[in-house]
Design a protein around this ligand. Structure first.
Ligand code: SAM
Length: 286
């Protein structure tokens, strides 16, 4: 009975985060990863980190801070911590206007210049829906035109979402908005009817390479430059100075005249960047 009581109380017990623990954690998360954690996010941070305390058999946030910032801690725990604090909402064919622009304007311009290779970077790719959508758009274009070879890099700070991206298995309700013609070609249905999932076909999967990259890092460990960079719906987590710094570094990896896509609710207004706005949230490197 005592054992049962203690199990129940452990399950319902949740540690409170003090102001000073919040300050230490939020300042670290902001400084190293650019993710804003204003005081209004304290409850969110506290509740999201409860499972990390539990996983590490730690009772209080004070001990958790000591563990995370100790010598023996803790690159691994920091990766887990960032996994739980980042927000990874995404979708296939999200913000469709960008893919229409690719198909109707951008790719024809590569065809007319006889370019036969394109490199594309999805720089906050979450669980893979964005880079796989790009690969599907490219494949569809190639069916109708002289084929352009393409390579896509997907990067994100969260190793949990990257793992999901590499597996490329999604719940069936994630694809209900996708037209049938695309579904038939690029997704395979699982045979398990109790757990309806789909998997992106290998022809598309093998066009995308994934790796972990912190957009806040001083140097990006990427030697190549890209024709197209997607940086969508990640800037909202950064303050303005960080946004300008991150985009400036992404621009260093964009070829002259390369195209930069930003999330629909994001803006670069007033920033000093080598980008020219050609359509809402679409830019060219100058
Ligand atoms: C809301 S999702 C956007 C996904 C996709 N680009 C889209 O528009 O659908 C934002 C992604 O940014 C990632 N992220 C947050 N901070 C980051 C950082 N410092 N470096 C790289 N990725 C980061 C998160 O892990 C998350 O997967």
């Amino acid at each position: 009975m005592d054992k049962l009581k203690s199990t129940i109380s452990n399950d319902f017990h949740s540690s409170k985060m003090s102001e000073s623990d919040f300050k230490v954690l939020s300042e670290f998360i902001y400084k190293e990863y650019g993710i804003k954690m204003p005081p209004s996010k304290k409850i969110l941070l506290e509740s999201r980190l409860q499972k990390r305390l539990k996983a590490n058999h730690i009772d209080t946030f004070k001990e958790y801070c000591e563990y995370v910032f100790s010598e023996k801690g803790n690159e691994t725990e920091i990766v887990h911590m960032i996994d739980v604090v980042s927000t990874n909402k995404t979708d296939f064919f999200r913000e469709l206007a960008h893919f229409e622009y690719m198909n109707e304007v951008l790719l024809p311009s590569f065809t007319s210049q006889n370019s036969n290779e394109i490199k594309i970077w999805s720089s906050a790719c979450s669980s893979g829906e964005e880079p796989y959508t790009i690969a599907m758009v490219m494949s569809e274009y190639n069916l109708q035109h002289s084929p352009i070879n393409f390579h896509i890099l997907g990067t994100d700070i969260s190793s949990a979402v990257l793992h999901k991206a590499e597996n490329a298995i999604y719940a069936e309700d994630r694809i209900k908005e996708i037209p049938h013609s695309i579904l038939r070609k690029y997704f395979l249905k699982s045979k398990d009817l109790t757990k309806p999932t789909v998997r992106v076909v290998s022809e598309i999967r093998k066009k995308v390479a994934f790796c972990r990259l912190n957009l806040m890092a001083d140097n990006y460990p990427i030697s190549e430059s890209f024709d197209i960079i997607f940086c969508r719906n990640v800037l909202i987590y950064f303050d303005r100075i960080t946004q300008e710094k991150v985009i400036g570094k992404l621009c260093e990896k964009l070829k002259p005249n390369g195209t930069f896509f930003l999330g629909h609710s994001e803006s670069l207004l007033g920033m000093d960047l080598p980008l020219k706005n050609i359509k809402p949230t679409i830019f060219k490197k100058i």
